[in-house]
Ligand binder design. Structure first.
Ligand SMILES: Nc1ncnc2c1ncn2[C@@H]1O[C@H](COP(=O)(O)OP(=O)(O)OP(=O)(O)O)[C@@H](O)[C@H]1O
Length: 361
């Protein structure tokens, strides 16, 4: 069991700030996923928790003990890397038992730990093979096995699946989910670029951007109630549409007159003093539906992408920078160049002012 607390954690390289004032409480047994644009500091934060990177400001505690200056080996943490980092000249068994030998465990303890981990990870038939005689997925399982045998309090994963092909990624993702279920009291922190991994594995997602935390929440909280436009557009694919407009009716349901001429209604409440407020409405492509009546957007379909189960419609503006994207269930290959009016249920319409959601005032 391990709780982690980050209080005002910061990282700079000389004059260059990479992370500022990171405050986060991680409860024992959580699977926390760090996501964010390239270079936002996900790996740096993970490496600071591991003790591989110096913390230049703030405090990191594990189970209430400040560990800023504690060497990695004493933190009770095991890290699994994207590159596997296996010893090529050692067999699977030797790779898995290496850390236990260094820790001077008894032969019986070592064998028990390795055999159990091999069984969990279905590696028993491969224990005497060298890494080069394994597939990418099997190598990553050995890397995870090396972490498991040490029975750490905290597992750190740095993009563990990104070297695997698409099918293997899915399979290994499901294995990691099962591994977590088998170890409900172990804390895991996971860095990924992959939205599906983040949404399916995380108990909570931490979105990093602009040197700080943009939002922390369960996957569905981030999807349904993003705090700001950044998170709104970072979570979900294709990204949320944002359209500028002005509040023309306030109350429990807000009416927004859009700059393009449409009208949107939202269940995000507004106050009388919000009348005339300049906002962006946010609506996800999958929440748009066609209507024959008055909608929030009318435009000509420039591009149709029929994916089978859904069709993506791209409206207006330059190619590559569509004005609005709609995702309709089913096949609508016939809509190219058609003039279409779109609407959305008021509970699916988000409201942002100066980049921040009005839901969180
Ligand atoms: N030794 C260093 N000196 C100066 N800047 C560094 C150093 N190491 C990393 N950085 C910078 O710190 C920032 C965060 O890097 P980090 O690798 O943590 O990002 P990331 O979010 O994991 O990125 P990616 O998703 O591309 O892997 C980057 O802008 C990087 O250029």
């Amino acid at each position: 069991m391990a709780d982690l607390t980050l209080t005002g954690v910061a990282k700079s390289y000389g004059e260059v700030d990479v992370l500022r004032d990171i405050n986060l409480e991680i409860k024992a047994g959580e699977l926390i996923v760090f996501v964010g644009p390239s270079g936002c500091g996900k790996s740096t934060l993970l490496r600071m928790i591991a003790g591989l990177e110096r913390i230049t400001g703030g405090d990191l505690t594990i189970d209430g003990v400040r560990v800023n200056d504690m060497p990695p080996a004493q933190r009770g943490i095991a890290m699994v890397f994207q590159s596997y980092a296996l010893y090529p000249h050692m067999t699977v068994r030797q790779n898995m038992e290496f850390a236990l030998k260094i820790a001077k465990k008894s032969r019986a303890e070592i064998d028990a730990a390795v055999n159990k981990a091999a069984e969990i990870l279905q590696l028993t038939p491969y224990l005497d093979r060298l890494p080069k005689a394994l597939s990418g997925g099997q190598r990553q399982r050995v890397a995870i096995g090396r972490a498991i045998v040490r029975d750490p309090k905290v597992y750190l994963f740095d993009e563990p699946l990104s070297n695997l092909d698409a099918a293997l990624r899915v399979a290994t993702r499901i294995e990691i989910a099962q591994l977590k279920e088998a170890m409900p009291d172990r804390t895991m922190i996971y860095v990924t670029h992959d939205q599906v991994e983040a949404m399916t594995l995380a108990s909570r997602i931490v979105v990093l951007a602009n040197k700080g935390i943009a939002q922390v929440g369960t996957p569905l909280e981030l999807y349904e109630r993003p705090q700001n436009e950044f998170v709104a557009q970072f979570i979900g694919s294709p990204q949320m549409n944002l359209l500028p407009g002005r509040v023309v009716e306030t109350g429990d349901v807000t009416t927004v007159k859009l700059a393009d001429g449409g009208t949107a209604r939202s269940t995000v409440p507004t106050r009388p003093e919000d009348m005339g407020l300049v906002v962006n409405i946010g609506v996800r492509p999958e929440d748009l539906t066609r209507t024959e009546g008055q909608g929030l957007f009318t435009g000509k379909v420039e591009i149709v992408e029929a994916l089978g189960e859904v069709t993506l419609l791209y409206f207006g503006a330059e190619p590559g920078a569509p004005h609005v994207i709609a995702k309709l269930p089913g096949i609508h290959a016939d809509l190219r160049r058609a003039k279409v009016t779109l609407t959305a249920a008021p509970e699916k319409v988000h409201l942002f002012h100066a980049g921040q959601s009005l839901l969180y005032r």
